[in-house]
Design a protein around this ligand. Sequence first.
Ligand code: AHR
Length: 334
Amino acid sequence: MRRSIKKVAAGLLATMMIGTMLTGCGGGNKKDSGSSKKETSEINIGFSQVGAESDWRVANTKSMKSALTAKNGFKLSFADAQQKQENQTKAVREFITQGVDVIAIAPVTETGWETVLKEAKKADIPVITVDRQIKTSDDSLITAWVGSDFKKEGVKAAEWLIKEKGKEKGDVNIAVLQGTIGSSAEIGRTKGFKEGIKDQKNFKIIASQTGEFTQAKGQEVMESFLKQNKDIDVVVAQNDNMAFGAIDALKAAGKTPGKDVTIISFDAIKAALKKVQSGEINAEFECNPLHGPRVAELAKKIMKGEKVDKIQYVDEQVFTKDNTTKEVINKRAY
Ligand code: AHR
């Protein structure tokens, strides 16, 4: 019997027993039986989050916390892994010991999960992955995933750049600020971009290094790129915070971001869209962090024993100066 069905059955039995007890005592107090019903249907969910490396991540945490509330039927245990996968493994083990109903994981990297996920399966706890993905040899270790098509984001960035600079006569020198190596966002965006420009003979990736998805590291790596290469035409920052760091480094080196150097970035947070409007960032490839309601819906369905889609991609847009109006920026939720 599925854990969720077991829980619903146990919940119903408990509610019936409490109802009988109250009736037997001449009670039948609606308020009391109502609250016991709510208690038994509450979903205990453990969420292991990557960390707080970027503004995108902070928005993602906010979305998760505001969807997985008591009012919405959840009891949330939240664990911040501070960008370390070993902390995530520990957190998942703690969730298993606690006996949560569902585990949600936004994984730092795609690999290295097999053992702990087998432990979750043995404990009959369904696992939802969110944002980035996990690669396992056994498909049944993950019940569902919701997040972005990172490779598609990379391909779209390549297509945009080909339209912009594909016809230029000389070489177009590209520097890439990669995200956390081994994360789905880094793997997908790197792969998609490289595949997208592969037939563009004048496009040369002359530098590529991780900036760990943080602003400080993005700036540091950009500074070292600039010391080694004088002729960078394009910066591809695999997230907005690294783009902000790169912009600061370029300005300090006397260059005008968006004009002397084309800036491509991913996420499309509000602060970045303002830079698209002001011309410092040329193109933004959206990555939507608002997964809280999606995870809540998945968890509820799984607990009811309903079938859910194993993989759910979210729709994402491209922003350039033409479509990044004040209205768009004002309406931006993150
Ligand atoms: O996995 C999504 C990526 O992680 C976002 O692009 C980045 O900002 C975050 O840290």
